[in-house]
Structure formats: C-alpha cells, structure tokens
Design a protein around this ligand. Structure first.
Ligand SMILES: Cc1cc2nc3c(=O)[nH]c(=O)nc-3n(C[C@H](O)[C@H](O)[C@H](O)COP(=O)(O)OP(=O)(O)OC[C@H]3O[C@@H](n4cnc5c(N)ncnc54)[C@H](O)[C@@H]3O)c2cc1C
Length: 371
C-alpha cells in the first residue's frame, strides 16, 4: 500500500521481499478468504501503549477507501459478521489487486532478497547478497514474529534497535491459550466443542465463540482476549452470558433435581460440556445459596492459563516499534529522518476481524503519501 501510494506520486520505489512471493500472509488470512477490513473500524479496536497514535492514519485511510479499491477491481466480497468483510472467492484477489496497483504505479518488486546490511550516510544503503540499493528514504514493512514458517523474522525490530529506536517487547496476540495440566485433563477431551461466552481479562471483555482444543482454548472470544492476557493473569469466562441456568428453580412448582438442572444447562451449553460442568461442579445441596453459588461459578469460570500457543500460532504480534519514536501523521522516525515503520512491526495491534489489515493499509498509505 505504501509502495502504491508513493509510486502514484511519481516516486521511484523498490519493494525488497525475502520470500519467493509477496503477501504470503494475505494468502493465508481469513481462512484463505482474507478478512481485508472491518466496516466498524474505530481506534478502540487497537492496542498500543499510546491509544491515540493510530487515530490520524486510520482517519485518513478508512475502510471505505479500501472498499473503493476492491470495487474498482471488481472483487466480489461479503460481510460475514460484525462488519468483517471477506472475499467471496479467495484472498488471491486482494493480493492480485495490490500487485496490479504496484505495476500501474511503476513499483519494482524484487523477490528472494537476502538483506545483509542496512547503513545510512547521505542516503540509506541496503546491501543484499549480490546487489546494493540506495535511496533517500527507507520504509520498514516486515511485519511481526507470528508464523515464522511463512517468513516472519525479527528483522524490523533489529533494524530499529540498530538505529537506536525503542521497541516495546513483542508478544503473541490473537493466539489460543493453553490450560494448566489439571484443567487440560478435565476439559480437553471435549476438543471441538464450542459455546458463546464472554471472556474477560484486565478490564477488557469480548462476547464471541469459545472453542475447546486439544491443549486449551481458542475461538474468537479467546483469541481476542489473549492479546490482553499476560501470564500469570487470571482469565474469567462467563459460560452462560445473559442466561440464568438455575432460574427455573425459583418457581416452587419445579422440583429441585439434577435432571432438571442438566436439561436447563444443556439449553445453554453443548450437551457434552454441560454434562462435564455438572460432573465437576456438583451441588452439595439444593439450597438457594448452593444454587446461587452454582450460577455464579457458571458466569465466572476462572482460569490461570499455562501460557499461549506462542508466535507459531499467533495471528498477530503485539508490541513493536514504540509509537513515541514515530510521527503519527507519516510514520517517520523522529530520530532518524527518512526511516519509516508501517504495519504490524509498529506497536499498534488490531482486534480480530479485519482490523490488522486496515492498520497495515492505513499506516502504509500515511507513509506513502509522505515520501
Ligand atoms: C493465519 C493468519 C491469518 C490472518 N488473518 C487476518 C485477517 O483475516 N484479517 C486481518 O486484518 N489480519 C489478519 N492477519 C494479520 C495480518 O495478516 C497482519 O497483521 C498483516 O499481514 C500485517 O501486514 P504487514 O505488511 O505489516 O506484515 P506482513 O504481512 O507480515 O508482511 C511482511 C513482509 O515482509 C517480509 N519480510 C520479513 N522479514 C524480511 C526481511 N528480513 N527481508 C525482506 N523481507 C522480509 C515477509 O516475507 C512479508 O512478506 C492474519 C495473520 C495470520 C498469521
């Protein structure tokens, strides 16, 4: 996006990519359909040490701007849920669109580049195994640490450090969490079971689906809250949001029996999970206070995850280049004029739902318009 904007303004641009093709993450994104933006994109959908930093770029390149580009290329798309826009056909459409726009803007794309050294005198010099590139400005767009097997590297952070630019320690975001051994033995044989929950941590909460996995918990609610979680914090899960499993017993006509409680719980949770919950949280008596306690536990399942699945499985890397180091308008380093950082390498991390791409497009456009 940065290369396109700069190329359109007549700049000579080369994109140096170490993989054998551009945009591999676009291809695997959104289950192969690329959730390329979100209609309800707001600054509140992003984590950053400075929550105001992203506002300017997001306001100057909006979801409507990206949608206009998608429509110009006649790419069919749909809203899946909660403002999330996906390609009807394939993420290849988005990558092809960006490659076409690069061609139209006269951008040179160089693949399989192994960068050996970056230095700065009058200009920036990027030395690769067999070439040397020189330019008055350099834009670092090499993403975060998630999914190393498709080419993620720490290169962007290392480059920042080399130029004396502060990094906020990166951590895996939008990532499944691991249950501790005891909870794993209690629940993980239910792998594949999902339920709508509210997951909360550190003053944040998300109401979406939770999925039990072979090692812990995943699903949108867990991925979202994982970006805010840090060991050894507590994660609290409301397994029955807006529901009252024991409410039926307020009517004295209803006998207080386990089978009635089970059938009520099965209306809220998948049967296997409901049965397991009852096994593990059996009532000591049928008093009002025992029922209230059961209800309370159902709405606040407290877990101390053993960790997360880490960068191998994380959809995004939180943390990164400290936003205090950058101009919010252009993404240019304050200390090193001519050096820019955009996208995921910056300490701006989106929620699940197309926000990370919107940040990549918006920060790329902000820099591209300033080069
Ligand atoms: C499985 C998965 C699914 C996702 N789905 C979505 C989704 O549907 N919607 C959404 O909004 N976000 C999604 N994301 C997040 C989104 O893909 C990223 O936030 C976004 O791609 C970041 O863009 P970027 O340009 O900053 O970095 P990247 O897309 O990671 O691009 C960085 C590029 O730099 C290259 N590079 C790295 N190191 C070097 C080096 N040393 N030399 C040269 N080149 C280098 C990489 O090969 C890569 O091509 C998903 C992420 C994953 C892992």
């Amino acid at each position: 996006m940065c290369a396109i904007e700069a190329g359109k303004r007549g700049r000579r641009v080369a994109v140096l990519e170490h993989a054998d093709r551009l945009g591999k993450k676009i291809l695997i994104s959104g289950g192969g359909r690329c959730n390329f933006t979100n209609l309800h994109c707001q600054p509140e959908n992003f984590l950053s040490a400075n929550p105001h930093f992203a506002k300017s770029a997001l306001a100057r390149y909006t979801p409507a701007d990206f949608i206009a580009l998608v429509e110009k290329h006649r790419i069919p798309y749909h809203e899946k849920t909660l403002g999330q826009l996906f390609c009807d056909r394939s993420a290849r459409d988005i990558l092809g669109m960006l490659e076409d726009e690069c061609r139209l803007a006269g951008v040179e794309i160089v693949l399989n580049v192994k960068i050996r050294e970056v230095s700065r005198a009058a200009e920036f010099t990027v030395r690769t195994a067999n070439e040397e590139f020189q330019a008055p400005v350099l834009v670092v767009a090499c993403g975060g640490l998630s999914i190393p097997k498709i080419g993620a590297t720490a290169f962007g952070y290392e480059l920042a450090r080399k130029f004396g630019i502060r990094i906020r320690e990166p951590w895996p975001g939008l990532v499944p969490v691991l249950l501790d051994p005891q909870d794993r033995s209690r629940y993980c044989d239910l792998a594949g079971v999902s339920a709508e929950v509210v997951a909360s941590c550190d003053g944040q909460q998300f109401r979406e689906k939770m999925l039990i996995t072979h090692r812990g918990l995943s699903g949108p609610a867990i991925l979202q809250i994982s970006s805010y979680w840090e060991k050894p914090q507590l994660l609290t899960i409301d397994l029955a949001p807006g529901n009252d499993a024991t409410g039926i017993f307020r009517d004295p006509k209803n006998a207080r029996t386990e089978s009635l409680l089970r059938s009520e719980l099965r209306k809220i949770l998948p049967s296997r999970f409901a049965d397991r919950w009852l096994e593990l949280h059996s009532l000591e008596s049928w008093t009002n206070s025992a029922l209230a306690n059961f209800e309370h536990q159902l709405h606040s399942w407290n877990i101390f995850p053993a960790g997360t699945e880490g960068f191998d499985k994380a959809e995004v890397t939180a943390g990164g280049v400290d936003t205090d180091e950058l101009s919010a308008k252009t993404m240019e380093s304050r200390k090193v004029p001519g050096l820019f950082f955009i996208g995921e390498v910056v300490d701006v991390t989106g929620h699940l739902g197309g926000f990370n791409f919107q940040w990549a497009w918006a920060s790329g456009a902000a820099a591209g318009r300033a080069l």
